[in-house]
Design a binder for this molecule. Structure first.
Ligand code: PMP
Length: 281
């Protein structure tokens, strides 16, 4: 694979960073993931804006426009122009002697690659998920490359033979290990508020708008574990997940393996039709 690293496009074997890079030592950095469809990068501006906002949150002085102008050359070098692919971007604070305080005046390390990627079939079937204690920190709004809490929770889901972990903080379901979570009850869509306990997903934002357009009431509140059996539908959302209908969450079955909730289905169809139009701006 080809990699953009600090101003150059090189093969992955030649894309080397210092062991003193703060991303390597501290997980001191921000990342972003977007997908390119046949007709352009899906919600490109929203992803690049979020990357810039997150860098500002942790005081890394880097202009995302630098990475943006390298997307096209990278896609050309990767032979992925107009091809379905996933674009990963990461910016870390840079290279400095290991010390907790932020070093001043050093260049950030910027890295990006693109790999072929097909979005999953829109109506993914039979998603099972387990509940896991959300033992992450209190700044889950930051798209930090430090993902130990997320990957440990995801691994627990894999070991349990399921597809995703729904995270529970103080009895409330916050989000998935790499997805946001939604519920449906009485024709109302419910999702956790975009506060410091979740990542405000781009797909989540799109769904909030789609619900408005489709006149589906949406409430932003956390659902407690006790409420799960009273919910009618549930689904996970994410850039590479899209909308995955949850057949079973913990001990509760929402629907048969090859079935879907009707509102989940409606939103899946609405999201699918968005892909037909140019959403890059
Ligand atoms: N929450 C977490 C913890 C995530 O890692 C992700 C995916 N990066 C999401 C939610 C979904 O965000 P998006 O829709 O922007 O992919």
């Amino acid at each position: 694979a080809k990699v953009y690293l600090n101003g150059e496009i090189v093969t992955s074997e030649n894309a080397t960073i210092s062991v003193f890079d703060r991303g390597f030592l501290f997980g001191d950095g921000i990342y972003e993931v977007m997908v390119q469809l046949e007709n352009g990068i899906f919600y490109k501006k929203a992803h690049l804006d979020r990357l810039q906002e997150n860098l500002v949150k942790i005081g890394i002085e880097y202009q995302v426009s630098e990475l943006e102008k390298e997307i096209e050359p990278l896609l050309i070098a990767s032979e992925l122009v107009d091809q379905p692919c996933l674009i990963y971007m990461q910016v870390t604070r840079g290279v400095a002697p290991r010390k907790h305080s932020y070093p001043k005046g050093i260049p950030a390390t910027a890295m990006m690659y693109a790999l072929p990627f097909q979005l999953p079939y829109i109506n993914q079937k039979n998603m099972h998920a387990i509940l896991q204690t959300d033992f992450r920190w209190h700044r889950c709004d930051i798209k930090s490359i430090s993902l130990l809490g997320n990957i440990m929770s995801n691994e627990a889901a894999m070991l349990a033979g399921t597809g995703e972990a729904a995270l529970v903080r103080d009895g409330i379901i916050t989000e998935g290990s790499h997805t946001n979570i939604f519920f449906v009850k009485d024709d109302t869509v419910i999702t956790h508020p975009a506060n410091e306990h979740i990542l405000d997903g781009i797909t989540r934002k799109i769904l909030v708008k789609l619900c408005q357009e489709l006149n589906i009431p949406l409430v932003e509140r956390g659902i407690s574990v006790e409420e799960i059996p009273t919910m009618e539908e549930a689904f996970f959302t994410g850039t590479s997940t899209q909308i995955a209908s949850i057949a079973q969450l913990d001990n509760h079955t929402f629907h048969a393996p090859d079935d879907f909730g009707p509102i989940t289905r409606k939103l899946q169809d609405a999201l699918a039709s968005l892909k037909e139009i140019d959403t890059s701006e």
